[in-house]
Ligand binder design. Sequence first.
Ligand code: SAH
Ligand code: SF4
Ligand code: F3S
Length: 395
Amino acid sequence: MNKFKRFYIRTFGCQMNEHDSERVRDMFVQAGCTLTEKTENADVIIFNTCSVRKHAEDRVYGKVGTLAELKAKKPGLIIGIIGCMAEAQRHEIFARLPHVDFLCGPADLDRIPGIISKIRNGAGRIAYLEGYKSKRIPAFPEERNAGHAGFVKIMEGCDNFCSYCIVPYVRGRERSRLSKDILDEIKKLIESGVRKITLLGQNVNSYGKGLKEKIDFVELLTKIDKLTSLHPRGATPGVPPLGWRGDIKINFLTSHPKDASVELFKAMRDLRSVSKILHLPLQSGSDKILKRMNRKYTVAKYKKLIKSFRDIITDGNVSSDIIVGFPGEKEIDFKDTLNVVRELRFDAAYVFKYSPRSITKAAKFKDDVSLEEKEKRHALLLKLQRDISSSKKCQ
Ligand code: SAH
Ligand code: SF4
Ligand code: F3S
């Protein structure tokens, strides 16, 4: 990274992307570079991007587009687009944004310093993209600059191929990290003062799949809980040490209804450091639409899961994601979704308007719900959920 001093990084997308950006930032800081909040002060500008909906991509095209002027004034400036959109828009970005110097997909983020050096040595434009075949997990330097809360990636990628979703194509195949590496990372975070840890994965419930080590997500949570109860150092195993405040909380994101289980809910009840917050995306309240989405569960199964979660954990918190306006979603299907939301009374729900993603299977379906109708359904569902959320807060 010769002669490069100040860098700017901006993140779009989910917590996985936030976490990736943190690791990239820490890698640069350890190499002696300084973070700047202003693009005009930077020698390197990085956008960590998301492709889950078209809107997310449009914002990046807009923001990076405005940097053409800065680049013209400062020819040594290096601009990179990293993350999911680098993978998804690999051909379009270089054509539409001639001032972008490099692309780097999520699996290769530890290679950015090398990419920058090569560009500085005259290599021209560079793209490191692994696409949906990706099995790599970037090897970032261990040192972290975490504050009170920290993310820990336990697995990455997705093999589910929900018909609307671009994530499997940009994050690659599911792969899990060894439990020893995860536990070491958590131990270091706790020792550095982190008290809230969020375990990240596109599909945390399938943690362990493909590992030589025989372990599943519930076993991983159990090991993590044991570790947190040994904090601080020097404690007798299993005995809460002097100074123990029981204040370490473990959250996790995201679960898939086809893999979530009663065993998981029991572990959430019994493991004291594991928080009782469950994010379980429903996506639709219509079996016909769930089938077209390739979600592999029915509304009845989803309802049963929520019921058992609430039976097992009486003071839990459940949130969900829902897509409105998926191809073929008739008024009656949308009403079914409204009814399920009314019945299940989530604590929170994120509602999205369906956005066709070209590589996916659903892109071949006719996008037959008009934008006006999508907006209407979005507003109706959002209002219903807001009313539910606020009435629950007042209870
Ligand atoms: N791995 C997670 C997160 C996926 S992306 C999971 O499976 O839940 C987060 C949310 O974005 C999804 O739950 C879905 O509701 C929404 N989403 C994904 N693709 C979309 C698309 N093409 N249009 C609209 N919303 C989408
Ligand atoms: Fe996308 Fe489905 Fe995988 Fe979630 S489970 S990342 S929605 S393909
Ligand atoms: Fe977006 Fe990639 Fe996350 S597409 S939602 S940043 S995994």
